[in-house]
Design a protein around this ligand. Structure first.
Ligand code: ZN
Length: 259
């Protein structure tokens, strides 16, 4: 049973809901007075703001997030696990290269494989919240109650397994909406996006994935990789070799107190 959101979270979500309805109310009032040109402008601007703020992962229109590192190292992040087949193999590759990564885990999967969650932590890797059920297609339009259930649910799953609450959150598919930041704030979570990726969930050609990663990887990069894809082990191995060839240091970022 997920506890209800605290009053401050509910209040913040209500305020955001009211603000989001204002353009609609203004349009209705203006339509009744025949100002349809102004209505069209307000409608287009509102639509643009919502689309940009929701679908562009690095957009900070709705709240703060981290998308680069504060120093010249790079950070490996691995989303969508844990999985009994691929996660242990990823951990072995990381050990072989003496590298640490930040695993963004899905609550439902973590509940089915708590021993894997503990193993990831035991080997010195970081663990973040990647929502309870990973509703990738609908996360961008979740209403406040469902948003709370996804964020708090995963936090409630991971905390007793780890013995402490995760500090990082990554939204499914990188999408976020007006109602995400109140739960993050209430639960002490910081949102982390990425600035380097190889599109490993839609591309199966490992060399092409690594080419894309190599193109966007630079000091301060947060690299997005995925567990569970057919080539995830090869992609991680190739990325680690690429990092070593360029002489970059791999780090796990400390959670900023204020962003
Ligand atoms: Zn994901």
């Amino acid at each position: 049973m997920i506890p209800p959101p605290p009053d401050t979270c509910q209040q913040q979500s209500r305020t955001r809901l009211m603000l989001s309805l204002l353009p609609g109310v203004a349009c209705l009032l203006l339509l009744s007075t025949g100002h349809w040109q102004i209505v069209a402008v307000i409608f287009c601007l509102t639509f643009l703001i919502i689309v940009i703020g929701t679908l562009i992962p690095r957009c900070t229109l709705f709240g703060p997030l981290v998308s680069t590192l504060p120093d010249d190292s790079v950070c490996l992040t691995i989303d969508d696990g844990p999985d009994p087949d691929t996660t242990p193999r990823l951990l072995d590759v990381l050990d072989l290269h003496q590298a640490k990564a930040l695993f963004f885990l899905i609550g439902d999967r973590a509940a089915r494989h708590p021993e894997l969650v503990r193993e990831i932590a035991r080997r010195g890797h970081g663990i973040g919240n990647h929502s309870q059920t990973h509703p990738a297609a609908s996360f961008w339009f979740l209403h406040p109650q469902r948003m709370w259930a996804e964020v708090a649910g995963c936090q409630q799953t991971l905390t007793p397994i780890l013995g402490h609450a995760p500090a990082w959150f990554r939204p499914p598919a990188g999408h976020h909406n007006l109602f995400l930041h109140p739960p993050l704030h209430a639960l002490g979570l910081t949102m982390m996006i990425w600035n380097c990726r190889g599109f490993d969930t839609v591309e199966s050609d490992v060399s092409l994935i690594l080419k894309r990663i190599g193109k966007t990887m630079q000091p301060r990069s947060i690299i997005l990789l995925h567990d569970l894809t057919p080539a995830c082990v090869e992609v991680l191995e190739g990325t680690l070799i690429l990092i070593r060839e360029r002489g970059y240091r791999i780090s796990l970022p400390a959670v900023p107190s204020v962003i």
